[in-house]
Design a protein around this ligand. Sequence first.
Ligand SMILES: Cc1cc2nc3c(=O)[nH]c(=O)nc-3n(C[C@H](O)[C@H](O)[C@H](O)COP(=O)(O)OP(=O)(O)OC[C@H]3O[C@@H](n4cnc5c(N)ncnc54)[C@H](O)[C@@H]3O)c2cc1C
Length: 405
Amino acid sequence: MAEKLQTRCVIAGGGPAGIMAGYLLARAGVPVIVLEKHADFFRDFRGDTIHPSTLELMYELGLLDEFLKQPHQEVRELRAVINGQTVPIADFTKLPTRCKFIAFMPQWDFLNFLSREATSFATFHLHMETEVVDLLIDNRRVTGVRARTPRGDLDVRADLVIGADGRNSIIQSRAGFQRREFGVPIDALWMRISKKPNDPGQTLGFFQHGKLLVLLDRGDYWQCGFVIPKGGFDEIKARGLPQLQNDIVSFAGFLRDRVTELDDWSKIKLLTVQINRLRDWCREGLVCIGDSAHAMSPAGGVGINLAIQDAVATANLLAEKLRSGAVSVGDLRKVQARREWPTRLIQGMQVFIHRHVVTGRSSDCKESLPFVVRLLKWFPVLRQIPAGFIGIGPRPEHFHSPTAG
Ligand SMILES: Cc1cc2nc3c(=O)[nH]c(=O)nc-3n(C[C@H](O)[C@H](O)[C@H](O)COP(=O)(O)OP(=O)(O)OC[C@H]3O[C@@H](n4cnc5c(N)ncnc54)[C@H](O)[C@@H]3O)c2cc1C
């Protein structure tokens, strides 16, 4: 017999989209339950970027000062190493935001911070180790979710279900939503290599004729993302670990003295990369946001920001109505209408990058620096364009949902 709970809004998934939506709705006085399948937020396969527009939001919420006390790095100018040359790509210092930098912070610190703040609202409840396995549907209206917990099954009935369960969303598949796939030619290998005090600072990545190594500074180690052709992991394994180690050193020579730390394939995880988007993000009683509505590739490091913006728009559009009762499918469509075009624009950019820049395969291009990059090198003012696109993005959302009195 399943345990039963009733609330106004239940959110599947405690990633950036789910925790931010939960925080904002609870702040508005809406009873909300967030269900996260893992026991903690401590997983290393997440990006670490908190963008100026998210920092602006933290300011609007009155959380910025406290937030910036968490260990983080402030990157004001993003550089890339392209075919051996270090080139500036984005200059955040002229952005019209309070924080003119990207904060690099492990995502578990961000999620722990926000969920801690959310628990100060009596209407916020977070259930960890609670995996949503199905939707509850009455007369074609979604009325809740069924979840599995270490203590047994749990049914949560709610006026609204928010699917924020990421790119392998059970919610979108159980809802029967149609998904459009945009082929991505790459996957990523994800691994750790120790960091030394004299290593170079955070960059956008090390690019070489279609290939890319990303290093995320996590204090005492580098979280490495190495782009490979989609489906190419078996071939890489067949070539052996020393060959992979050599490949990594050919991108970032300073890792030569420690790349042998990767001495077992169990230290190297394969992350599949996808770009897709739902045709409909909602039906009666249910809306999907973040990667659950539109899976993002790591290109540009913008997926977290987009997921957070979705959450803000959701709260802005729905919180007031949800305080007093259910919302109509027309209300839910407004979330998709508001967030779909920024998503299309960013995904379009990501598809372009994977077709022409980071393809996972060596390109025939013999130019050491692409023309666009040379323009950025020659004309510093142009670096404000990628800074705006990465740091703020199209249609940034501002907090204006109500606050419970
Ligand atoms: C290799 C890789 C690297 C990336 N790096 C970056 C980067 O540096 N910067 C950036 O901005 N973006 C990056 N992205 C994209 C970014 O990770 C996503 O766009 C972003 O995490 C989406 O946030 P979300 O909250 O929608 O989903 P997620 O972050 O995927 O969160 C979903 C949450 O739901 C939980 N969950 C899943 N299923 C269930 C279930 N059935 N029941 C309960 N809980 C469930 C998961 O455990 C997870 O906590 C990267 C993507 C990839 C693939």
